[in-house]
Unconditional design. Structure first.
Length: 374
């Protein structure tokens, strides 16, 4: 049987890199952590099994963690038969960003997002662009000491409309994110979850009580590619999207188009059809350009014409808002799905013009999906 060049490149490289994708339940022996450490907090979702063994319930990996060990995200540690996070109040990155950088195009355009990250991730993406912090642990990075109440005060002090949990995988510092969000929400500060969407339904439903928006990655529409490329499965991600939709959390979906992995137009068509059937046409879909990073430096950047083709596929399937990301000059316009006039114009991350008034197109009165001032 013949094999395509796409499958040959992907299969050969994945075989060489198979050791990078850790099996569920793999753990590392730990010393020196204490439940009294200010950056250690008991996990919100786990089960105690027999003989001091625990099972994490934060994400679909459901890691079984032996005493003195940690789960695959590197941030959950079993201390004397209880599961603790070591990613509490110790961010390794703190920035003030335009909200467009998350990327969110339809969420309070032009506003500022107080952005933070703690090291760790529950995926092992071969293409990760922030691998220096995602593929390590909080005890191996240089961190700030920022309790939740201080994060909220700083966000307010910088005039930020929102707080974004970003750069690494926010689910792996779940307890910190939830506690910050719970303090920020009553003050009118919005909360943005930037994520691979690989989270348990129990943890997600609690998170939905305190967040306002999600920038979520749909990395592929193939379970095999999800496992080969990221170390996870497709179905839990799709369930996350359904729950966010049901809970009325604003979301924008990001699909990174990687040559030989996720640039198959038939797969992209199926993905867009699923979005339309299960979520509707109103959530923005961003096709982002891949650049060689981490373990995929042998691949070329995504050709711009491939991104344009993916956008056309999505629009033909019936999605209203489709953007091209990571390409300067493309994706800077938001177009009304009715009159086709430009309602938002940006230059990079800078807002140039906003013709959305009270959530509607100023030119024809059509509702523009998103979250807007007023």
């Amino acid at each position: 049987m013949g094999i395509s060049r796409r499958d040959f490149v992907r299969t050969t490289f994945c075989a060489a890199c198979g050791a990078m994708l850790f099996p569920v339940g793999l753990a590392w022996a730990e010393k020196g952590f204490s439940a009294t450490d200010p950056h250690v907090k008991e996990a919100y979702f786990y089960k105690q099994l027999t003989d001091g063994v625990v099972q994490c319930g934060t994400c679909p990996h459901e890691c079984i963690v032996l005493p003195g060990n940690r789960g695959r995200c590197r941030t959950k540690v079993n201390l004397e038969g209880k599961l603790y996070t070591i990613s509490y109040a110790n961010p390794c990155v703190v920035h003030v960003d335009p909200v467009e950088k998350k990327p969110l195009q339809h969420f309070y355009p032009g506003s500022k997002a107080f952005s933070l990250a703690v090291a760790g991730c529950n995926f092992h993406c071969l293409n990760c662009q922030n691998w220096e912090i995602s593929q390590t642990s909080p005890d191996k990075t240089r961190n700030d000491n920022l309790p939740p109440e201080e994060v909220v005060l700083m966000a307010a002090g910088y005039g930020c409309k929102s707080i974004a949990y970003t750069y690494s995988e926010a689910t792996t510092f779940y307890e910190y994110m939830v506690d910050i969000s719970a303090r920020a929400k009553p003050l009118g500060i919005k909360n943005i979850w930037v994520s691979n969407a690989y989270i348990s339904q129990a943890a997600l439903n609690r998170l939905c009580d305190v967040i306002d928006a999600a920038s979520v990655n749909l990395k592929s529409f193939s379970d095999k590619i999800y496992w080969d490329l990221n170390g996870g499965h497709l179905e839990p991600v799709l369930e996350t999207f359904k729950t966010l939709h049901r809970r009325r959390i604003w979301m924008e979906i990001i699909n990174l188009v990687i040559p030989t992995y996720t640039d198959d137009m038939e797969m992209i068509k199926r993905m867009c059809g699923w979005i339309l059937d299960n979520l509707g046409p109103d959530y923005p879909l961003h096709f982002s350009r891949f650049y060689p990073r981490y373990k995929l430096v042998h691949l070329p950047p995504t050709p711009v014409e491939v991104l344009r083709e993916a956008k056309e596929v999505a629009l033909k399937e019936g999605l209203y808002y489709v953007y091209i990301g990571n390409v300067p000059g493309l994706g800077d316009k938001m177009v009304c799905p009715n009159c086709k006039k430009t309602v938002i114009q940006r230059r990079g991350y800078t807002l140039v013009a906003n013709h959305v008034k009270d959530g509607k197109c100023k030119f024809c009165g059509t509702a523009i999906s998103g979250r807007w001032e007023g």
